[in-house]
Design a protein around this ligand. Structure first.
Ligand SMILES: Cc1ncc(COP(=O)(O)O)c(C=O)c1O
Length: 459
């Protein structure tokens, strides 16, 4: 494949982009002298840019989304068939793919029963925040309205999702924020905040300390990523989730798990929380639900939560008075159904576990050879390598050096990620999340590229 074969006037496209498009999450000054990167085509694990360059994508579309890989015609066909039959109707009514996908999804989530559709991870999380606030008003006389979130976690880009954001560089300059959100400490054992053994229990106990300080009566819910993503790929320590759950039940605090990254296979189970025996009250998901073939996000709840919104039909304000216009687009659930079929029929959960183990093993081998790798962590095809300038002090490398590794890999034709403009002083973790279809050769090519990059950047 090359640019000419695609037959586009890419010079004009690049000019139009430079003149008119405001890209996400990037400083645009350099685009006054260099061209923005424009992606043109994808197949399997590979994407081609406007110069015709082939890239092996180790981050599933940059932000952990294209879980079943590029160029899936069966998803495109399912979406097309649905669009010509019925593209849209507001979700106050149901749709055929909406009902079918909800049923199929719920079959993978024992203990949960209701699916609320919207468009983005941020929005799915906002739905929970609104539900928790409404439960507080209707069932707790205004008490239990606060929501806990964790240092280093990210839950989205809107002002209220940022109010639950544990990444200071994502939040800075966007205040004033929504009140009623309270931070609890992160659980990254490599950067342990308390001495002693049994770190999982200690990190969870730190949450209870916040609850006791604020008053359990003021707190309605806790929002946590099962494995923290953009905050540095933090796999919770042994015993953490058991204790978190115990604490939440004790203080009558609802558990909201943000599966926007981990959901639908990324960690080798359907959902990240399923590794830890957690029984959530809310689960949110987006990115991988339809692998980016259509926009879809889901807020999933227990029947007990759902019941709280229909217990008093005589009260005109008692139900969940929320709408997401594009939550009624049928392309989302149509694509999501086919996405799930692919994961099942191609055995991609098992592949994720096997290839994730290989990725961790390869990264550990790199750690033996490169002193700059201080820590390797991950779950399934979701891995991180934390770079430090000194293993003894764990001094993080500067963000520009982590970015230099990313740039070197890009120059080799391999797209990897790194924590960026999120955590002051700690944007030093390389992030890897290849599609769930990755082969042993793909995994080895990714770690070979990192090997070369680390040698060039750090010697
Ligand atoms: C854990 C997590 N939650 C929520 C979001 C927000 O999702 P979206 O960008 O679809 O609003 C993200 C995005 O990266 C995320 O990583």
């Amino acid at each position: 494949m090359n640019a000419t074969a695609r037959g586009n006037d890419l010079g004009a496209v690049i000019a139009a982009d430079r003149a008119h498009v405001w890209h996400h999450l990037i400083q645009h000054k350099p685009f006054e002298t260099i061209d923005p990167r424009i992606m043109v085509e994808g197949r399997g694990m590979h994407v081609w840019d406007a110069t015709g360059r082939d890239h092996l994508d180790a981050v599933s579309g940059g932000v952990w989304t294209v879980n079943v890989g590029y160029g899936r015609e069966s998803i495109a066909d399912a979406v097309r068939d649905q669009l010509v039959r019925l593209n849209y109707f507001a979700n106050s009514a149901g749709s055929i793919p909406g009902a079918r996908f909800a049923e199929r999804l719920i079959a993978t989530m024992p203990g949960l029963s209701r699916v609320y559709y919207s468009n983005s991870g941020s929005e799915a999380n906002e739905k929970v925040f609104k539900m928790v606030r409404q439960i507080s008003h209707r069932h707790h006389g205004g008490r239990k309205s606060k929501i806990l979130y964790r240092e280093r976690d990210y839950h989205g880009t809107t002002i209220t999702a940022l109010s639950a954001g544990g990444q200071p560089q994502r939040v800075a300059q966007y205040g004033p924020l929504t009140p009623g959100f309270v931070e609890v400490p992160h659980c990254l054992e490599y950067r342990a905040q308390w001495p002693g053994a049994d770190y999982g229990r200690r990190a969870a106990d730190a949450i209870e300390a916040v609850i006791l300080r604020e008053g359990p009566d003021t707190i309605g819910a806790i929002c946590l990523e099962p494995v923290t993503a953009g905050g540095g790929v933090i796999v919770p320590p042994e015993g953490y989730w058991d204790r978190v759950q115990e604490i939440c039940r004790k203080h009558d605090i609802l558990i909201h798990i943000d599966e926007v990254v981990c959901g639908v296979g990324r960690t080798g189970t359907w959902f990240g929380y399923q590794h830890y025996g957690v029984k959530p009250d809310f689960v949110t998901m987006a990115k991988g639900v339809a692998s980016g073939y259509a926009a879809i996000a889901c807020t999933v709840t227990t029947e007990a939560v759902f019941e709280m919104f229909k217990d008093d039909p005589a009260d005109p304000l008692s139900y969940f008075r929320d709408i997401s216009t594009f939550g009624g687009c049928t392309a989302g659930p149509a694509a999501a159904l086919e996405n799930m079929r692919i994961i099942e029929d191609e055995g991609l959960l098992a592949n994720t576990t096997a290839m994730g183990a290989r990725l961790i093993e390869n990264l550990r081998a790199l750690q033996d050879r490169h002193a700059v790798i201080g820590d390797v962590r991950g779950k399934g095809l979701f891995c991180g390598a934390e770079l430090v300038s000194d293993r003894a002090t764990k001094e993080p490398v500067a963000e520009r050096l982590a970015q230099a590794v990313v740039a070197d890999c890009m120059a080799q034709g391999v797209i990897i990620g790194a924590t960026n403009r999120s955590l002051p002083g700690f944007n030093n973790t390389l992030c890897l999340s290849p599609a769930l279809i990755a082969t042993p050769d793909d995994i080895d090519a990714i770690t070979d590229a990192i090997d070369g990059a680390l040698t060039r950047v750090f010697g």
